[in-house]
Design a protein around this ligand. Sequence first.
Ligand SMILES: O=C1O[C@H](COP(=O)(O)O)[C@@H](O)[C@H](O)[C@H]1O
Length: 332
Amino acid sequence: MPAPLAPGLPRSSSRQSLFEPDAGDRMSIVDRWVPTGRESISDSQESPRPARAPRRASSYSSVTTGQHINHPMAAIHHPPNPSILNVFDDSPTLVSSLADFVVKAQKEAVDKKGRFTIALSGGSLPKTLGGLIGHEGVKWDKWHVFYVDERVVPLDHPDSNHLACQAALFSKVAIPPAQIHTINVELLEDPDELADEYEKQLIQEFASRDSARFPVFDLILLGMGPDGHTASLFPGHELLQEADRWVASIDDSPKPPPKRITLTYPVINHAARVAFVATGEGKQDVLKDVLDHPELALPASRVKPNFPGQLYWFVDSAAAVKVTYPRTPFKL
Ligand SMILES: O=C1O[C@H](COP(=O)(O)O)[C@@H](O)[C@H](O)[C@H]1O
């Protein structure tokens, strides 16, 4: 069955489908949308989904963003790089190594384009970012922060991922508040609108700069739940198939709260670097499933950054105890 037209992708546009998209595929079908110039309002009204935020850049461009080539041919000719598994004996070593890693990514991005784009998760992740506080290499004024996912709650609600990052990190460093992209709390009653508005914030940051079909974050930091979910992408959920939107809403999250918005796989898998952080005994079984049994296709296993993007794992020995996937000694 042909894939449904994405909202905002008119039926008259030439869609150069090379293969059917699947969650985690290196390239989505919309990567190769080329406008014909014949698009009309009535075409877009035929879209099977309600009208949403305007789609991003109107044409594909082989733009380089940092070292990452946002070009479909890169995806076709190169399989994803194998994941790098770094296992740390203790939490302080993990925290300081993670900070060094983030600062290195920041330095490379700032040297190339004068800014650093990063997406942060909630859950247990924010507390692992303490090594950045007082780190001499950090240039907070260059950071442009988005959230990998956010719960549809006020920003001062205990469930807010922003609040968790604010408490663990941002309240303690000199980052310009305007460069931290939070959800628009005026739209809490309408999660779809909220997701669209957040997508617009991403469009402003990325599409106006590089015209790429999907944003290329310099770094995305992910967590992983004991069920293998990452971001707000849960096992068996239809959002695992989302191949068009940059940001989607979910109203039936199995983990409370039920209403959330999340970056989608096309965005996560277009990042230049993605790093999972997973610690503690509670992650032992799922880490084994994700790293040693990718055929289970748990949400975390579907994170496979497009070549030349790179996926890293920062885990402690408690979480890694059952894993046979080869470890790599940490080096910057
Ligand atoms: O609900 C969420 O869970 C994941 C994993 O959380 P963790 O506490 O098990 O690390 C998190 O990455 C995500 O941002 C959050 O919304």
